[in-house]
Design a protein around this ligand. Structure first.
Ligand code: PEP
Ligand code: MN
Length: 339
């Protein structure tokens, strides 16, 4: 529920509304929407609250028909949130491209890919250490050893690093090595994982589940923020539709919708959407044109031999060529590729 204050309400009236709600045990946020001050009550309001609020001095209107994700809603934070990770900012004018292998396979592999994507203008290095595989017989990742290799390769290439955490019990371990924790598409509604990532300070890259609506996605982000961590980056990576030609259907429309509904930065993963490297650059350019703040792209030095997702991984040369297009589209929409 929200209370919209009168434009001419006094500071005291505003403070009184907040104090009164807090004294009843509610958590509130104060934001600005279309020049009006909006006070949101987090959670479910108890009976009679709306009537009581409506009669308080300074309150112009109360509304119940608002989404329940107040903390991530743009209404409460008109400016796009800038998430800083290891010296790189996501959510500003500069588009950040996060690139690297699906899985970290060896020291030589991750060092070689880190060097090449850095030279092509990537802003961050990705790489999986704990892999959520559809089949229990698929490569599950090298675990902590992979995190060590990723951190070292990132440092050598001058790139902050991102890697996925699959269970709440691994959050501290992964956070020791990475600059950004990735919550994978399959884990988007693992509520204990969301809460655990919310209770630590490293930024979180939250991927949309292929089965989730945009509202469910934003509610998942709200879980992280309400547990104490406002540094969330949203990632659209394709949803499941009737189409089978592509691995998933990239929901490009999610980009403007998420940007309208939420202040959190939005990045797009064209690799898991396309499923084939030939289609990745086109989807990447569409994402930037649609307003994405960044990309998450899989790159491999020898895709045919990759232990996971080789078919959708760009070669280093393919990534370099894609970056040329990304720069041109970024410029066309008034942005640049950073950092
Ligand atoms: C990944 O980024 O390698 C990954 C497993 O992605 P998703 O969770 O989107 O399937
Ligand atoms: Mn992958």
């Amino acid at each position: 529920m929200i209370a919209i204050l009168s434009r001419d309400c006094s500071l005291k009236e505003k403070a009184d509304v907040v104090r009164s709600l807090e004294s009843e045990g509610y958590r509130v946020t104060v934001g600005v929407l279309d020049d009006e001050i909006v006070i949101s009550v987090l959670g479910v309001p108890r009976l009679g609250l709306e009537e009581r609020l409506a009669t308080m001095p300074g309150v112009r209107e109360t509304r119940r028909d608002v989404p329940p994700y107040a903390l991530v809603a743009r209404a409460h934070h008109p400016e796009t949130t800038r998430v800083k990770a290891g010296g790189v900012t996501i959510g500003g004018r500069e588009i950040v491209v996060i690139a690297g292998p699906c899985s970290i396979e060896s020291e030589a592999q991750v060092r070689s890919i880190a060097g090449s994507v850095a030279a092509s203008g990537a802003g961050m290095l990705r790489g999986g250490a704990f892999k959520p595989r559809t089949s229990p017989y698929g490569f599950q990742g090298l675990g902590e050893e992979a995190l060590r290799l990723l951190a070292a390769a990132g440092e050598e290439a001058g790139l902050p690093v991102v890697s996925e955490v699959v269970g709440p019990e691994d959050v501290d371990l992964v956070a020791r090595y990475v600059d950004v924790l990735q919550i994978g598409a399959r884990s988007m509604q693992n509520f204990r994982l969301l809460a655990a990532c919310g209770r630590q300070p490293k930024p979180v890259l939250l991927k949309r589940s292929p089965m989730a609506t945009i509202d469910e996605f934003l509610n998942a982000a709200e879980y992280v923020v309400t547990h104490g961590n406002p540094r969330v980056i949203l990632c659209e990576r394709g949803i499941r539709t009737f189409e089978t030609a592509t691995r998933n259907t990239l929901d490009v429309s999610a980009v403007p919708v998420l940007r309208e509904r939420s202040h959190l930065p939005v990045v797009v993963d064209p690799s898991h959407a396309a499923g084939r490297r030939e289609w990745v650059p086109a989807l990447a350019l569409a994402a930037i044109a649609a307003g994405a703040d960044g990309l998450l792209v899989e790159v491999h030095d020898d895709p045919e031999a990759a232990l996971s997702d080789g078919r959708q991984s760009l070669t280093s040369e393919g990534f370099d060529a894609m970056m040329g297009g990304v720069r041109r589209v970024a410029e066309a929409v008034g942005r640049s590729v950073g950092p």
